[in-house]
Write a new protein. Sequence first.
Length: 271
Amino acid sequence: MTMKTFLVASLALLILCATGGILFRVNSPARAQSSSDNGEANMLTDDFIDQKAHRAKGNDESAVRELADEVFATAYFAEIPSDYREAMKERVVRDELKYRGGKKGVSEEKVVLTVNHLARKFNTPDFAKTSATQVRALRVRLKLGYPNFIAQETREEKKGLKKKVGDTINPEMSPLEAAFVTGVLVQQKMLNADFQHEPQVWEEKLRKGQLKKWEAGANPNAQTETRLTHSRESVKRNTMRRAVTESASKMSISELTSLPDETLDKLGIER
């Protein structure tokens, strides 16, 4: 892999997915990687996001920064060159503090726009794109492992307010949550066969009950598998890897180095 291709993949959070070697946890206890009979591996890692999110509920800046340190140390950001990662983290933290002071949060639709923008930019297949339904289902599932981080209301004037009928969780995200959810979703589109369907096909499968693990996304009372997985080598996984590599090779250095800010712009994170 050329340095140029490595750089763009890192900045886009995709090099992590291409290696397939990073694990991800959504259960509270730390676990080791294990494999299922169908060749899938549970994506689990020992992180402290939820603990630090609980400490940050008082909106103390140092606690918020500790939470951001933990988020940006996860698999979704760890391979980004340190200078770019620190710049991204600082920008998200600034916006997070504004959010906790009363600024409007990030909508689920912004995550959809960001992921779909990356899919178009890297000329990936349509199954790399997402929808608001899929983002909501992912957040519901992530909340099982990160109850103090996902779908939290940190602004005092909004705490305790009833949500609209039909809302399973707070539809507005903090900047830190939005960055995290985007990173998770990009990785899952690369690695997890459950995600590798065109948005309309995925939603149809959900409606027909063909995605049992994801029923909680549509029904808060449904039982759901809490762990995300990465699937064994597949045609779709290799197609994604090839599309990213080919697109990266055609990009200029300025395009590559602008990716972090461009991605945060799409999310609505202020500069």
